[in-house]
Design a protein around this ligand. Sequence first.
Ligand SMILES: *Cc1c(COP(=O)(O)O)cnc(C)c1O
Length: 482
Amino acid sequence: MQTSHFIGTRGDTSSPVSFSQAILNPNAAFGGLFAPQSLPKLSQKEIQALASLSYKELAHKIFSYLNLDIQANLLDSALSLYDFFDDKQNPAPLYQTKPNLWIQKLYCGPTRAFKDMALQPFGKIFSGLLEHSSKDYLILVATSGDTGPATLESFANKEHIRVLCLYPQGKTSDVQRLQMTTKQAKNIKVLGIKGDFDDAQNALKNLLKDSDFKEKLQAKNIALSAANSVNFGRIAFQILYHIDAALKLYQTTKKPIQIIIPSGNFGNALGAFYAKLMGFPIQKIWIASNCNNVLTQLINQGIYDISNKTLQATLSPAMDILKSSNVERMLFIYFGEKRTKTLMNELEESQKYCLNKEELAQIQSTFGATSCDDEECLKILKSFAQEGFIIDPHTACGIKAYEKISADTPCVLCSTAEWTKFAPTLAKALGLGNLSDKEALDTLSKTYKIPIPKQILSLFDKPEHCQIIAKEAIKSTILEWL
Ligand SMILES: *Cc1c(COP(=O)(O)O)cnc(C)c1O
């Protein structure tokens, strides 16, 4: 059987690629992203047959419905990384907190944030595809906190791959910094930049365009790639846990679920959307944002407008994003490549685009959205703690959405990070004062009798390996390292 084709969201369908090609070279023509040409729609009977499977069996079935060109044994070894999650049978467990609310823990992996759900297996797939490659890949990551640690965990000691990670020195939490700087492997290098996240991100974008840099890499037989959230290899693994939740709750409640997703780059939400399009019992998808509320405005008013916005630093930093990359794939699904190209060009030229009435209605038939400011976030963290649930600030923004929905069907809230990554924010919410990460972890753990996982605790005993450099020195430092 033919494997699935991936085409560019902004057109140029003359050259579709396979899933594995889309993984290695994630940028499509005209600046677009790769997306599946079509999605399978499963029958009720086919869906029923999946309900009793284990997570790994389910993953195999879904990959084969999607017809992705990954060999079963490579997929097996990628999925075996879930064996190191808290519960190997159940990498993304659900627990109920209210009559109609289940929280899905997407942070049971090594870095305690949802990025591991995809990056753990993805690293294995990526390096597996390079097994017989004659060249090496350099993967560049700029991070504001969660992607860096998850990418380093994913690629540490993998053959044919080197990872260079840039983070803004002093602008991440202690836990996030330590997750990067204490990681030791021959093929990774972590650079702290004197500057902010935008400086790190811009430096990375400039390197990806820098022909002198690329020539120098080529001379060393090294190709350049990115493992950022637009890589479809990551999206594929983000479909699975939504299906898992929908199937489990449908069995007990006989109702389709609503999914609430703390969102930044829209990657997690896109996974849920694909699951719905495939026919799984998902009713609505709720996008939860912080005060960087571009997605709220898009879904509620049909306007994507960053012309008058500047990025705000919030208590939920993984959602501090104005250009939400994966929205493009949603536009592509609804409106096709021509319209997507027009809208994305408008965004590039005038920092804004508007959907028409019919288009907005289409989006609203599946998506809803809310935003949550820092003050509301702190209140929610506190009231949940008083009920005995310690959640993180991103998840708290999702609670705001839940309260607005007043649901009569089961809601699944994707909990995207463990509280241990944002302990000082929790301490602040609970009136414990301004504490360091370590102090906040210790105090909260004692007060609420909740354990700190060993992955977090051990960070504070390890030596740090990191070079702090000026942003002008990034290129030369990388070339020296290689
Ligand atoms: C990355 C991240 C998000 C946003 O996920 P997207 O797929 O970019 O929408 C939300 N919360 C946390 C904790 C994250 O690390």
